[in-house]
Design a protein around this ligand. Sequence first.
Ligand SMILES: [Zn+2]
Length: 184
Amino acid sequence: MTGRAATILAAASCTFLLVLGFGCRNDEQADTQTQTAQRNTSEQPEQKGPQMSDKVIKTDEQWKQLLTDEQYRITRQKATEPAFSGKYDNFKETGSYRCVCCGNELFSSDTKFDSGCGWPSFRTPTSEDNIQTAIDKSLSKVRTEVLCSRCDAHLGHIFEDGPKPTGLRYCINSAALAFDPNKE
Ligand SMILES: [Zn+2]
């Protein structure tokens, strides 16, 4: 009967094609930023840095034997070297800064910046585990003291006038540091 298979082809192909201009895309900007981002992802192996457990404890006499008079006064008696006098204040070599007392890795040259304050200044420590802080109320002001977490050496203070993004300035005595150049 009337069982006709009427094949209806999709009628005349619709020509509502919107030709969009995909030609121009700004990919150039991304390239310059990826270089800095890559450095932050290079984590150091866990075993490389000293562990919290291997605390270094010595008597005052033992520290005196080990350190110069200036290093002893600063790290063990919380003195401060005169501004612009330290050997690492105006020092731009690449490497890491260790605790002069125990060798704990504290800061990297990557985060050192020229603050103009007269002491080596860092944006951030190599590892939060390798330093500790304390409230220092000496000299009629309240400051945050920075110490080595491994041997309790006094290193310096933290101030909140550093560059972004941390806004922090780790203001450290040169005499509390031993520089370890990168071997490349
Ligand atoms: Zn130390």
